[in-house]
Design a protein around this ligand. Structure first.
Ligand SMILES: [Zn+2]
Length: 244
């Protein structure tokens, strides 16, 4: 009796092991957000990316409490560097509608705040983790698709927040640049999920740089961001590795 049970258990163990071999994908390369872009991001498939993306969203920093967000928003609206900044009105409402598919894919439709201020110079940045600030110039020069690409890049930063903070603390500019490239990649993949051009995010960056050149403004040296051409090259290489 004892031996029979032992045989059954052994057979069961062997079967499970065989099953695990059979269900392992033929390619050993699995998508990981920890890989570097220049290394082998993204080794894997779109399915693997989407699964990993969901996991990463679930593990983001917790949302800031409402009271704290309200204080931050009050501070932002009082910031004199942003002329006529607002989180309400027609321009903000229109922009929020434009960006909604992306906010939904990042599960931020009820969290992320959108702000717009008056300046012909194209500008976009995230403040206090939950407000994406656009200049009117940014809205003037970018297409809706490019605006969504830019928003996806900003929202992707949440995923790499811990690494980014560590890089800032260590003044590790190479690591910061790597994170920018990863945010471009996530943005590109999310654009594609939304049925749009994955290169929209780098097209937006190039359009912003073009505006500066046309207006005789020298681009500020920025150690934390790779040059637009480098971002485009890295993104194209990364997208090429991603299998359907
Ligand atoms: Zn960025």
């Amino acid at each position: 009796m004892k031996n029979t049970l032992k045989t059954i258990f052994t057979a069961a163990a062997v079967t499970l092991f065989l099953l695990s071999i059979l269900t392992t994908p033929a390619t050993a390369k699995i998508f990981s957000f920890n890989n570097s872009v220049s290394d082998d991001l993204p080794a894997g498939t779109e399915t693997a990316f989407n699964r990993e993306f969901e996991t990463q969203l679930a593990n983001r920093y917790p949302e800031l409490p409402k009271g704290q967000r309200e204080r931050y928003t009050a501070e932002l609206l009082a910031n004199q560097n942003f002329k006529a900044i607002t989180t309400t009105g027609d321009k903000v409402a229109k922009l929020k509608t434009t960006l909604m598919p992306i906010l939904k894919l990042f599960k931020r439709e009820n969290y992320t705040e959108i702000a717009v201020f008056e300046s012909s110079r194209p500008f976009v940045a995230t403040y206090n983790e939950f407000t994406i600030v656009f200049s009117t110039g940014e809205l003037d020069i970018l297409t809706d698709e490019q605006l969504r690409g830019v928003a996806a890049h900003e929202l992707a930063h949440d995923i790499f927040m811990k690494d980014f903070e560590a890089a800032i603390k260590a003044k590790d500019f190479a690591a910061m640049q790597q994170i920018e490239l990863k945010c471009d990649f996530v943005a590109a993949q999310i654009s594609r999920t939304n049925g749009e051009n994955p290169l929209a995010v780098v097209e937006a960056v190039k359009a912003m740089r073009r505006w500066l050149a046309e207006n005789g403004i020298a681009a500020q040296p920025n150690d934390s961001h790779p040059e637009p051409a480098e971002r485009e090259k890295a993104l194209k290489a990364a997208l090429k590795n991603l299998k359907n």
